[in-house]
Design a protein around this ligand. Structure first.
Ligand SMILES: NC(=O)c1ccc[n+]([C@@H]2O[C@H](COP(=O)([O-])OP(=O)(O)OC[C@H]3O[C@@H](n4cnc5c(N)ncnc54)[C@H](O)[C@@H]3O)[C@@H](O)[C@H]2O)c1
Length: 261
């Protein structure tokens, strides 16, 4: 069971993770962390009262012998660091799931995972029902649709009325909106079917809303999740950070009962 955790990225999600370790919700030791802005790590440690080494980069982090590293930074960080982490035999939690839709990178990570004997975990993130979708996959999934509706501020665009910004496959959506549609990537990876994505900017909404429709031989699943944006980063939903915390809690804890597949 993972006990020694390393962290890449001290922003909104990294902050929730450090808070959860500091409060004992996640029973693990934070051994080291880094960010391209090291002052973000410093203020996180100060505000939570936790002590951990702020390192300059990945090699220094690996010297601290973490058994799990959480990437809560960017798709670029996944491309830069993930292979090396897995080769070192260290498990990896990837938040910037969109990066995993790049087939070349995914193949490199699969090989590195086999070489290092380490695994990649992609948390459910800002949505629900990945468990049911994984189960439905066994029956055959015909189609998945994702409609993401956010306030223009959360999408980093200007729009004075409701506007469809994008319609297309998940692999394109994660390139166009790298900080917004990680859920499209998680759905694609869980189902094995490329998700059809619609991204809508709507100034009248305050919540980051995802509507998911799955047509499978076993079920028709329709899910709507209305998320409160994280106060420190409106592109990220609070639930996404909590999903990472919950995954870490499971990976580091010893619960006698595991609910959900
Ligand atoms: N899986 C999901 O459902 C989901 C949901 C929301 C966000 N995300 C993704 O998770 C990642 C983190 O989200 P956040 O809201 O915490 O973002 P954030 O912007 O609040 O924080 C990211 C931090 O990582 C740092 N960083 C970026 N690239 C780095 C690199 N190469 N090396 C070291 N540090 C680096 C930044 O300086 C920043 O402090 C983003 O890629 C985001 O798209 C995933």
């Amino acid at each position: 069971m993972a006990r020694r955790v390393g962290l890449i990225g001290c922003g909104s999600i990294g902050g929730e993770i450090v808070k959860a370790i500091a409060s004992g919700v996640v029973k693990a030791e934070l051994v080291g962390l880094f960010d391209i802005y090291p002052e973000r790590c410093r203020s996180l440690l100060e505000s939570t009262g936790i002590s951990a080494r702020i390192v300059e980069g990945l090699e220094e982090l690996l010297e601290l012998k973490p058994d799990l590293v959480v990437e809560a930074a960017s798709q670029e960080a996944v491309r830069r660091y993930a292979t090396r982490i897995l080769e070192a035999g260290v498990d990896l939690v990837v938040m910037s799931v969109g990066a995993l839709l790049d087939p070349k990178l995914a193949e490199a990570l699969r090989e590195a995972s086999a070489r290092g004997g380490a695994r990649v975990y992609a948390p459910t993130g800002a949505i629900a029902a990945l468990d049911a979708i994984r189960a439905a996959k066994l029956s055959g999934i015909k189609r998945i649709l994702l409609r993401t509706v956010k306030n223009p501020k959360s999408l980093g665009v200007e729009a004075s009325s409701r506007r469809i910004l994008f319609r297309g496959p998940a692999s394109e959506a994660v390139k166009r909106f790298p900080f917004n549609v990680n859920v499209a990537a998680a759905l694609t990876l869980a189902s094995g079917v490329e998700v059809e994505v619609e991204v809508v900017a709507d100034p009248s909404v305050g919540r980051n809303t995802h509507i998911i429709i799955v047509e499978s031989n076993a079920s028709r699943i329709e899910v709507k999740v209305e998320n409160i944006p994280s106060p420190s980063n409106p592109k990220t939903s609070w639930l996404a950070a909590l999903s990472a915390v919950e995954l870490l809690r499971r990976l580091t804890g010893g619960d006698w009962l595991v609910v959900g597949s």
